[in-house]
Design a protein around this ligand. Structure first.
Ligand code: PMP
Length: 329
């Protein structure tokens, strides 16, 4: 492999891995994009780079400028490293409920971190609205606006979808993942449908999100809750508009955690809960499409970002999630 020309060229072109357990369980061939292999260790590096370069092309940001964003953490990490590589500053607004590791990583990258209480989207104190206000009040700043800035999904149309198509050698029957901003599902969905209309695009929605009911019956309605970070959307963001969703699954945290544990114990992958939910969704899609089908999904980030939560016995107990036998010892 040749040397890349700079750090930002390390974003994207992630490996695709065949998952043994999920393939055996579903009778299908299940493949997953290793987005933890991005320099910021998540799928959001892709959107961060696209959003910043789109703003540069539009002349919205100049050297020394500031990028402001509201994020569950991973987009902030992606933006901070893109900003460092390009000479910008970052101000990141994050709900205080996100993992300690994400906060430490953002501070280590030099971002200015603003923590706000978790609040519904309708509340003006919600992290998204707070970040917009800070961007308006800060000189030479842009608001990345990942939820409604479609540069986000363009990263997945041009990057993730193309890569999946090539890595699967054009033999793919279905794709599924969960939605935070919706950039990944909409972008990969649009990109793959552009290659072959027959590819089934499925949303894997956690509890507490409203998209499952929206795509099932046209009504934004949520039920229950989830501890998964970075996913679970209550509205149709600009990135989700026109997303070609054919079918949808509602996946519980326990189902997602079951796959997080199995992938760790059986395949040596240390992942976060959104990855577990995506894999549970891929198994469900495989069972729906039938034996032998080829399905792709996303491993969104690394489990090392959740050592104090998903991989911590006390935390699991406080959240009422089951503690694996090896952790209880
Ligand atoms: N998983 C994790 C851990 C994330 O941080 C995000 C981004 N919010 C997602 C999944 C969802 O990606 P998207 O925003 O593209 O829907």
């Amino acid at each position: 492999m040749q040397a890349t020309k700079d750090t930002l060229s390390l974003i994207g072109n992630t490996p695709l891995v065949r998952l043994k357990g999920p393939s055996a369980e579903s009778g299908c061939e299940i493949f997953a994009k290793c987005e933890f292999a991005n320099p910021g260790a998540s799928v959001k590096d892709r959107a961060a780079l696209y959003i910043v370069e789109d703003a540069e092309e539009r002349g919205q940001i100049a050297p020394g400028g500031t990028i402001v964003e509201g994020t569950a953490g991973n987009t902030g990490i992606g933006l901070a490293l893109v900003a460092n590589a390009k000479g910008y500053k970052t101000i990141i607004v994050m709900p205080e409920t996100q993992s300690r590791e994400k906060m430490d990583t953002l501070r280590a990258l030099g971002a200015e971190l603003v923590l706000v209480p978790a609040a519904p989207y309708s509340n003006p104190g919600h992290f998204v609205h707070t970040s917009r206000r800070i961007a308006e009040e800060t000189p030479n700043a842009i608001w990345a606006n990942q939820f409604d800035n479609i540069a986000n999904r363009k990263a997945h149309i041009a990057g993730t979808a193309e890569e999946i198509w090539e890595q699967m050698e054009g033999r793919i029957d279905g794709f599924t993942c969960a939605a935070g901003t919706g950039g990944t599902i909409a972008g990969v969905g649009l990109g793959l449908k552009g290659k072959d209309e027959k590819i089934t695009i499925a949303l894997s929605d956690p509890h507490g999100a409203a998209l499952y009911s929206y795509y099932a019956c046209g009504e934004l309605k949520s039920e229950g809750s989830s501890v998964a970070e970075g996913i679970g959307q209550g509205r149709i963001t600009a990135n989700l508009e026109g997303a070609p969703i054919d079918t949808q699954f509602r996946i519980s945290d326990e189902e997602g955690m079951e796959w997080v544990r199995r992938l760790l114990a059986e395949e040596g992958l240390c992942l976060g809960l959104s990855s577990g939910i995506n894999v549970a969704g891929a198994v469900a899609l495989g069972k729906e499409l039938g034996p032998g089908k080829r399905i792709a999904t996303i491993l969104c980030d690394t489990g090392f970002r959740y050592l104090s939560t998903l991989y911590n016995r006390e935390w699991l107990e406080t959240k009422g999630l089951s503690v694996p036998e090896w952790m209880a010892r």
